[in-house]
Ligand binder design. Structure first.
Ligand SMILES: Cc1cc2nc3c(=O)[nH]c(=O)nc-3n(C[C@H](O)[C@H](O)[C@H](O)COP(=O)(O)OP(=O)(O)OC[C@H]3O[C@@H](n4cnc5c(N)ncnc54)[C@H](O)[C@@H]3O)c2cc1C
Length: 462
């Protein structure tokens, strides 16, 4: 039995864990990073990067099919070679993973432990036959897909996002459950790559949107392209041979039975805390079994334990995991002198088409009667029409009293870029009037944003 004494033990070598390890070392402490799975991070291996690679292939196919309105004709059939598509996805993915793995290889061997970490008490971890006595611990164990029990009937026909990126070629028919961020991105991409896709949700939600008008617009935009029922009535689910069989009431009210090669469960993710042995610690746990923590310092109670990244489920996004990892690592190193870390303005993007974005406060978090909503439709927006990307609706929210810009929800072209302009404005605490003093080039999609801001300004003045 080996025993290690260390200042900071980090559980998980993902984005948050690696940032925490580096921050603890930079603060002059001894540290180890413990990993139970393959190195390379969720983002690079099975998350942000392979999903964007699949979407890029889908966009290429979609653009080719939609050249005719420009007077540009692609003669003959468009051929999508599933093997080549998946080969590029995996090749480029491996390249991104390689960068991360090389970074991990540069970490001294004595600072890395391989195995599943479990708490024996607040500051003692068991990793296989190694006992780690750490003065402080950072939990950075990420999250995993949460799969409702009834889906297990599909056996190995049931897949999660990780499985998609392991495909050697594209299947023919996929049922996607969950039109959230992951379901929408992957489902639309597969549909554009010629896969027969049926997307089912419940509770009418579409992506992360909370503004009903934007949600309805997005729903209609996606429904014009592939089958999406955000409030599906599923009557029966079964496995028959190599097929998943689903009986559902379709949008026309008919009961239909369809067969699929795979059922993709994109039904949400939950923090990886179940097998951590948290019951052996003195930490207070919430209803999901996650330690109760301070969202600014990431400290769990007054303990020397910190929690960062998807494991704490505040904002399960890559840049948040990196920021939180740094905060947790610094605070672990300086414990008990902890301080709030950097929290940037909220920003979220769905790489669907049209894209979806949210910045600042969500519509659902605003108190009715305290704000005005500026609106723009991208359907007649100049630059968007020029590019034939004129699908979208944007709402910007401003404080009725101060005119301060609070946030926005929208679906539309180039949302990934506009989202940054808006998130920076939220973080700078700008008012709508100040934002309208900024330059807007012509002709650009941002002129649509200006129209929404002008609408908000008029309502503030009324
Ligand atoms: C399909 C998909 C698309 C995404 N797209 C985007 C996007 O476009 N933009 C964006 O910002 N975010 C995106 N995300 C989210 C982003 O990938 C995550 O927010 C981020 O990777 C979380 O990093 P993390 O360090 O918290 O977790 P991870 O990178 O998952 O690291 C956690 C690590 O902990 C290890 N571990 C778990 N338990 C233990 C244990 N007991 N002992 C030892 N090791 C353990 C795991 O093996 C894992 O390596 C996407 C996610 C998915 C799934």
């Amino acid at each position: 039995m080996n025993t290690i004494h260390i200042d900071v033990a980090v559980i998980g070598a993902g984005t948050a864990g690696l940032a925490a390890y580096r921050a603890a070392k930079a603060a002059g402490k001894s540290a180890v990073v413990i990993e139970s799975g393959p190195y390379g991070t969720t983002c690079a291996r099975v998350g942000c990067m392979p999903s964007k690679l699949l979407i890029a292939a889908a966009e290429a196919a979609h653009e080719l099919r939609h050249t005719a309105p420009f007077g540009v004709h692609v003669d003959g059939d468009i051929r999508i070679d599933g093997r080549e598509v998946m080969d590029r996805v995996k090749r480029e993915r491996d390249r991104f993973v390689g960068f991360v793995v090389r970074g991990v290889e540069n970490i001294p061997a004595e600072d890395k432990l391989v195995g599943q970490a479990r708490f024996a008490d607040n500051t003692t971890l068991q990793v296989g036959d190694i006992t780690v006595h750490a003065s402080r611990v950072v939990i950075a164990t990420g999250s995993s897909p949460s799969i409702p029990e009834p889906f297990k009937v599909f056996g190995d026909r049931l897949i999660i996002n990780d499985d998609v990126f392991a495909w050697d070629t594209l299947p023919r028919r996929v049922a996607v459950f969950g039109p959230g961020v992951i379901g929408l991105e992957l489902g639309q991409a597969l549909s554009r790559l010629g896969v027969h896709v049926r997307m089912f949700g419940h509770g009418n939600s579409v992506g992360p949107l909370s503004d009903p008008a934007i949600r309805d617009y997005a729903k209609a935009a996606f429904q014009s392209e592939f089958y999406l029922d955000p409030h599906a009535k599923i009557e029966h689910m079964a496995r028959d041979g190599d097929e998943a069989v689903i009986t559902y009431v379709n949008l026309a009210g008919e009961t239909v039975t369809e067969r699929f090669d795979y059922v993709l469960a994109a039904t949400g993710r939950r923090p990886n805390v179940a097998n951590l042995g948290l019951e052996n610690t003195g930490l207070e746990l919430d209803a999901r079994g996650v330690p109760v923590f301070d969202a600014t310092t990431l400290q769990c109670g007054k303990s020397p334990v910190f929690i960062a990244g998807d494991a704490n489920n505040i904002l399960p996004l890559l840049h948040e995991a990196a920021d939180e990892g740094k905060t947790a690592g610094e605070n672990a190193a300086n414990y008990p002198n902890v301080k709030p870390g950097l929290r940037r303005a909220p920003i979220g993007v769905v790489f669907s088409d049209p894209q979806i974005a949210m910045v600042g406060k969500r519509f659902a978090d605003l108190k009715p009667g305290t704000f005005v909503t500026g609106e723009v439709s991208f359907e007649d927006q100049g630059r968007s029409r020029v590019m034939l990307k004129n699908r979208g609706l944007m709402h910007v929210y401003a404080d009725s009293e101060t005119g301060r810009f609070l946030g926005a929800e929208w679906t539309g072209p180039r949302a990934e870029n506009i989202a940054h302009t808006l998130a920076w404005s939220v973080q700078q605490g700008l008012s709508v009037a100040q934002m309208l003093e900024m330059p807007f080039y012509h002709p650009v999609v941002e002129e649509g944003l200006r129209t929404a801001l002008r609408d908000a300004a008029a309502k503030l003045a009324a």
